[in-house]
Design a protein around this ligand. Structure first.
Ligand SMILES: Nc1ncnc2c1ncn2[C@@H]1O[C@H](COP(=O)(O)OP(=O)(O)OP(=O)(O)O)[C@@H](O)[C@H]1O
Length: 678
């Protein structure tokens, strides 16, 4: 069976791997006005704004280079106009009455004029080319920096939001487009000035010639704008599809999944689906090409008609004696030159139109990002916080609104969604995190432990209730200062593809690397023994795909991750499953050290499934399906009278070990049984 089907419904591969078609619905764009403006008119209106936007980027990037380019193009264009007038003068003199020697001699000054304008034009062109070359990469860099700075500063919720993600996706090409816009704008100015020169000369020669010249270029302009619009519309519609295709190929190339791909023989499977998706996109490319060919054919026919009309009119003017031969000669030159500049102008405007669509996405991202930007400033975080309290906190993760806005993308209303989709991740949770203590969060998978830690870290705000730092709502606190107080080792802490040293030192990126502190943090988690075995010690690159790159085990990574949080030396340390990959000895050591942190005044929020390890926690909060069901010390929660979730889970874990007898060793229960028997 062929796996690619109708593009509209998405291929079978899309449905199988990604759960549905990956094509964006253009109607959705209309509903959400101005996500992207599709009509020719709307895009034409947005063009000057995009040019101004790029000019602002260019001004920011290199003001001098921008002036050089602008002046260079202006001088070049004026040179062309003057050159054309000089050519006309040469022709008029050469075709005038008199001896050939005398006529040529009289034409010499005009010829010198042609040569001088040529030289000036060439110099101006060189200056403009050099300026453009200098400006282009700078504009791209400035636009990329602005893009990245904004993306890095939006709330986590925005990064997880499908719509914002889509905008980030399309806007990432905006910087490259802004770079190309510089060149295209230069070309537009050049062609515009050249055309103005030719048009001016033609108008002087005969008023009917200019409209005829413009008529000749209308069909081609229409054709290229139409094609550009179709290409952009298709790009937006297929963007997610292209990203998914890239994901398949990159998965095949990455080192992480390489072992599983080989053992499970996933390679041919991925390739098959890549081919199916690529074929769907090829069908779209060929649809675009056919449309383009059809439009171009029609445009060529219309241009031919207009050209015939123009030259017939010129012939008629000559035949009726309205126009002299020298003027007709200059007119032919001006029509050819003007036609060329107008064609170039149309082409450049077309490019401008296409690039401006992508730059438009960049501008929209800047606007959207502003809405989601993490506010700077706010109330200062108290110097010595003694208590953080979750007060009746309810929290839902932001929902994906789907392609149809209020609907799920499959036509169902929100009201028709299964009720469980709307279950809050946290529901009316009230709990305390006293400073300088170890507070453990336990509960089954999906019970809300990580969510509590994310709200504590200020990555999200509650929908209802508040997280209060000594009574102050965290919502009002200065988030940067709040973050400077927090160190976090998440379940999926990042494995930076940098050197071993940087993997620890990145815990405090705002400070110069302090090797002594790095080593102290590493010794703290046993990461020093890992480093000792690396081929280049602290300088070993921890990324297998690069030259000299090295791979370490999951447990070794975990030691580095905890060392990073230790290096950060924050007041509050959040550790989410810190020992899941550690061996038994390392696990005991790490827990012992984490315990000592609290002795030193640090607050430790520990999330773990190893219930025996929370024995030393000062306070344990037990979560179940987003609700706080128990709180207390280890002993309190294990009392027979408690008989709650914690005791039940603990009994289950304990039973696993009790059932296993180690030959030659007496189990504690044996002793109890023995003494009971005596
Ligand atoms: N980024 C997210 N977007 C949407 N829903 C999420 C997100 N993260 C978690 N959830 C949902 O929120 C609920 C609580 O998840 P959370 O990660 O807090 O559980 P947990 O107790 O830490 O689980 P585990 O023990 O498996 O790590 C789950 O139903 C989960 O599906």
């Amino acid at each position: 069976m062929r796996e690619g089907t109708e593009a509209g419904e998405g291929s079978a591969s899309e449905r199988l791997l990604f759960g549905g078609p990956l094509l964006y619905d253009a109607r959705w764009a209309d509903h959400h006005n101005a996500y992207f403006e599709m009509s020719l008119w709307a895009m034409a209106l947005q063009l000057p704004r995009m040019v101004a936007f790029t000019a602002r980027l260019a001004l920011r990037a290199d003001r001098r280079a921008l002036w050089t380019v602008g002046l260079g193009e202006l001088v070049r264009g004026i040179g062309q106009a003057v050159g054309l007038i000089a050519v006309n003068s040469v022709l008029a003199t050469v075709l005038a009455a008199g001896t050939i020697g005398h006529r040529v001699q009289s034409a010499v000054p005009a010829m010198i004029g042609v040569a001088v304008t040529g030289v000036v034009g060439a110099l101006a062109d060189a200056a403009s080319t050099a300026g453009t070359g200098r400006l282009e990469p700078k504009v791209e860099r400035v636009a990329t920096e602005m893009y990245l700075a904004r993306v890095a500063r939006v709330e986590l919720a925005a990064i997880e939001d499908a719509r914002f993600n889509r905008l980030m996706d399309s806007a990432q090409y905006g910087a490259g487009s802004a770079r190309r816009m510089v060149k295209v704008c230069t070309g537009v100015i050049g062609s515009l000035v050249s055309f103005a020169a030719a048009a001016g000369v033609l108008t002087v020669l005969h008023p009917v010639l200019l409209p005829l010249l413009i008529l000749m270029t209308v069909p081609r302009s229409w054709a290229s704008l139409r094609s550009a619009r179709a290409r952009y519309a298709s790009y937006l519609r297929w963007m997610q599809h292209a990203r998914a295709g890239r994901l398949l190929t990159q998965t095949l190339m990455r080192t992480g999944p390489a072992a599983e791909i080989r053992v499970h023989d996933v390679g041919p499977f991925l390739l098959r689906h890549f081919r199916a998706m690529a074929e769907a996109s090829e069908a779209e490319q060929s649809r675009l090409a056919t449309g383009r060919a059809r439009v171009r054919l029609l445009a060529s026919a219309l241009t031919g008609l207009a050209a015939a009309l123009t030259y017939t009119s010129l012939g008629a003017l000559l035949a009726t004696g309205v126009m002299s031969l020298s003027i007709a000669g200059t007119a032919v030159l001006a029509i050819r030159g003007g036609g060329q500049s107008l064609t170039a102008l149309v082409l450049q405007v077309n490019n401008l139109y296409e690039e401006s669509a992508y730059v438009g996405d960049l501008e929209r991202l800047f606007t959207e990002a502003r809405k989601y930007t993490i506010p700077s400033g706010g109330e200062p975080v108290p110097d010595k916080v003694s208590l953080i309290r979750f007060e009746n906190v309810t929290f839902h993760y932001p929902e994906d609104v789907g392609e149809d806005g209020g609907e799920n993308g499959d036509g169902r209303d929100d009201a028709e969604k299964p009720a469980e989709r709307k279950r809050p991740a946290l529901k009316d949770v009230t709990l305390d995190i006293p400073a300088g203590r170890i507070v453990a969060l336990v509960g089954e998978n999906g019970s809300g432990k990580t969510t509590v830690s994310k709200l504590l870290a200020g990555l999200y705000h509650p929908d209802a209730g508040a997280v209060r730092w000594d009574g102050v709502d965290a919502r009002t606190l200065d988030r940067d200062r709040l973050w400077s107080r927090i160190g976090m080792v998440g379940q999926d802490f990042h494995r930076w593809p940098f050197t071993c040293r940087m993997n620890v030192a990145v815990g405090r990126p705002d400070r110069p690397v302090d090797q002594a502190a790095v080593e102290e943090a590493a010794a703290y988690t046993g990461a020093d023994t890992v480093v000792a075995e690396l081929p280049h010690g602290w300088d070993t690159l921890l990324s297998k795909g690069y030259r000299g790159g090295h791979q370490i085990s999951g447990g070794q990574w975990q030691r580095l991750g905890i060392a990073r949080a230790r290096y950060r030396d924050a007041d509050i340390l959040i550790v989410d499953e810190p020992t899941s990959a550690l061996d038994a000895r390392a696990e005991l050591e790490v827990f012992e050290r984490i315990r000592k942190l609290a002795d030193g005044g640090q607050t430790v929020v520990l999330i773990t499934h190893r219930l025996a390890s929370v024995r030393h926690a000062d306070l344990i909060h037990v979560l179940d399906k987003g609700e706080l069901v128990e709180s207390g010390t280890f002993e309190e929660l294990l009392r027979p009278s408690a008989a709650g979730v914690f005791r039940e889970l603990y009994e289950m874990q304990r039973a696993q070990y009790q059932d296993v007898r180690v030959p030659g060793r007496r189990m504690p229960d044996d002793a109890e049984e023995g003494s009971a028997a005596r």
